[in-house]
Design a protein around this ligand. Structure first.
Ligand SMILES: C[S@@+](CC[C@H](N)C(=O)[O-])C[C@H]1O[C@@H](n2cnc3c(N)ncnc32)[C@H](O)[C@@H]1O
Length: 205
């Protein structure tokens, strides 16, 4: 737990620089989608959103820019990402953001504190997805939502998969696989988009 990610310092730097150029195409639309699903599927007022594998924090910061007054806590096992996310929060000038060291398999929260848990392009990095999803269930309030978007193994070209899987991306899932894991943890699936990156919205009973 809380080990540095397998990425080199150079890779972290280039990832953050390249993602910073993609706020409008990558983070803003997903943040808008999250807020829309939250209105559509969540009946209570949203206070706390948790972003698992938050990296540089751009998703949470976009959520706060679009929905000021909420609280977002980003969680990441990589200390470098946590430091960067904290710095980006200051640069963004939004309030309500916190970055916490931790991983999906052992979330640093008490039971039932979160209204929404989100995750973008991170599930395929988790060490053990069923454990992470059970943790998501534990930290959500009843009726809370999990909204995840990640690479969909079923849509990857074979060659690219083979190259990728020589690295640390062995947990890349299909939409069917993540659906089953969520249902086994007790979630009710509210929406599932089977695209190159799947999007799944699941409700904690
Ligand atoms: C591709 S990056 C995506 C970062 C961020 N969600 C974004 O879209 O900018 C994957 C992130 O997952 C984090 N990560 C790796 N193992 C993890 C785990 N077991 N639990 C949660 N996050 C993890 C990495 O440190 C990294 O920041």
């Amino acid at each position: 737990m809380t080990k540095d990610h397998e990425w080199s310092d150079e890779k972290v730097k280039s990832f953050v620089a390249s993602m910073e150029q993609k706020i409008d195409e990558r983070y803003t639309p997903f943040a808008q989608q999250i807020l829309q699903y939250s209105d559509q599927f969540h009946t209570n007022t949203v206070h706390l959103m948790i972003d698992i594998g938050c990296g540089p924090g751009f998703l949470g910061l976009e959520l706060l820019r679009l929905a000021p007054g909420k609280r977002v806590i980003g969680v990441d096992p990589d200390k470098r990402m946590i430091r960067i996310a904290q710095r980006k929060a200051v640069e963004y000038g939004v309030s309500g953001f916190e970055a916490r060291l931790g991983d999906a398999e052992q979330l640093p929260f008490d039971d039932g504190v979160g209204d929404i848990v989100v995750t973008l392009s991170a599930i395929h990095h988790w060490q053990h997805v069923p454990t992470g999803i059970r943790e998501v269930y534990r930290v959500l309030k009843a009726g809370g939502l999990f909204i995840g978007k990640d690479r969909n193994r079923a849509h990857r070209k074979k060659q690219r998969d083979a190259e990728h899987d020589q690295g640390k991306h062995l947990n890349g899932l299909t939409l069917n696989e993540i659906t089953t894991i969520l249902q086994e943890a007790g979630f009710k699936i509210r929406l599932a988009l089977d695209e190159a990156k799947y999007t799944i919205v699941a409700e904690r009973k």
